[in-house]
Design a protein around this ligand. Structure first.
Ligand SMILES: [Zn+2]
Length: 280
């Protein structure tokens, strides 16, 4: 009898030492913060933003937005703004002025997020105002369009500055060269959507918050009027691809009932809670 009990106890102990079978994990909370990553005054916005003489002459102010996403305890940054060394300055260029109020890392500090915690750095496209502070995030896997990487490997200019992404381009940090949609956390909730045209492999971002889906435009649109009148900037890589991507973006927004946010549109800043509050 005692022997049998001892055997049962041993079996119980053995079971106790076994690993519990894997349980389906409840998805962590998703949160989205809008960050101030700069602003511009475009001196002649008609010529700058339409190849069909759509807009009147004169200046236009636009903002430069980046976004922080927390998925459970994992962090992602969407776009990396104007270069950090501009902080506190306005730079006058031939076609525009550029201003940066505060670096991204200094905005993250008060909400307790350290640069090393950023796991993914998703980039809508290679232009300077979207990659300027990328190098501040040393552990991030860079996710960027393959065609955009090819531009960075072969060209330079005011808005083409490959050195901003040098550690990734040189293979020192992990880079994913995307050619189609990418489900970043493999849970369907944060998806980079292929929207080529502005650049060869431009992307938008879908964030499926508990409160409803949000679509971040990248530079598919720069301001609200473009949604209605299909203003295509003359500097876009491919006009037909741009129009097809606008069609895809609008259809996804309609089908999902998504909140659409044009990253450069000043009026769209108010579509998300003011930092440091997050949408959830
Ligand atoms: Zn831009």
């Amino acid at each position: 009898m005692i022997g049998r009990m001892a055997a049962a106890a041993a079996a119980f102990l053995a079971l106790g030492g076994m690993q519990a079978p894997p349980q389906p994990q409840a998805p962590g909370e998703l949160a989205l913060w809008r960050l101030d990553c700069g602003e511009f005054v475009i001196k002649q916005y008609g010529a700058f933003f339409s190849d069909t003489f759509q807009y009147p002459p004169g200046p236009k102010r636009i903002v430069d937005s980046c976004y922080l996403i927390r998925n459970g305890d994992r962090y992602m940054l969407w776009d990396a703004g104007l270069p950090g060394e501009l902080a506190g300055q306005t730079v006058d260029m031939p076609a525009q002025t550029m201003t940066l109020n505060e670096r991204i890392v200094d905005q993250l500090a008060p909400i307790g997020v350290r640069p090393e915690q950023i796991e993914f750095l998703g980039i809508s496209h290679y232009h300077l105002d979207h990659i300027g502070q990328a190098a501040d995030f040393p552990n991030a896997t860079l996710v960027i369009g393959k065609g955009d990487v090819e531009v960075l490997r072969t060209q330079t200019g005011d808005f083409i500055q490959p050195d901003r992404l040098r550690p990734w381009l040189d293979g020192e940090r992990r880079m994913v060269e995307a050619q189609s949609d990418i489900d970043l956390f493999h849970d369907g909730r944060v998806v980079m959507l292929s929207m080529p045209g502005h650049t060869p492999n431009h992307f938008a971002l879908l964030v499926r918050l508990a409160s409803g889906p949000v679509l971040l435009s990248g530079d598919l649109y720069h301001f609200t009027e473009q949604v209605e009148n299909r203003g295509v900037p003359p500097f876009n890589h491919n006009r037909a691809d741009t129009l097809a991507s606008m069609d895809r973006f609008d259809r996804i927004a309609r089908n999902l009932g998504a909140r659409t946010i044009i990253q450069h549109e000043p009026a769209d800043v108010a579509k998300l809670p003011a930092f440091p509050e997050a949408a959830r």
